[in-house]
Design a protein around this ligand. Sequence first.
Ligand code: MG
Length: 166
Amino acid sequence: MEAINEQIKWELYSAYLYLSMSSWFESIGLKGFANWERIQAMEERDHAMRFYSYIISRGGRVILQSIDAPPSEWESPLAAFEFQLSHEKAVTARIENLMNIALEEKDHASASMLQWFINEQIEEEENASSTVEQLKMVGGETGKGLLYMLDKDMSARVYNPPVAQE
Ligand code: MG
């Protein structure tokens, strides 16, 4: 339960990181990317709350920890998404470690809760890596048009609040 408590901090740090990226994208005029990262930050807050609610539902006590300041600048949109991809891989490793602990302790309830996150991380890594691939195609004069179109795509993301957990 202590290890799950610690994960709340990492999910909130992720929210902080993506809000920082959103603010950086705003500062370079890429409003679509800024929108995408702002929604990503909201989803990370939801992840933190999912762990929070789980601890409460098991009769545990949530103790919040301090959160480090995230980076505030990246060299390029590609560098930002490469950073995001490596961050998500680190989050995946943390969640897999939590799953290993749950399995060792024969804690089936925690393993069931964590399975949602295992699946979610597949999506998180796929999102970041597909954007990395698209941003790699951006370069030169034709790339500018592609970046503009990508920014339009990113502006289409809408926030879907989590459905009530049964
Ligand atoms: Mg997350």
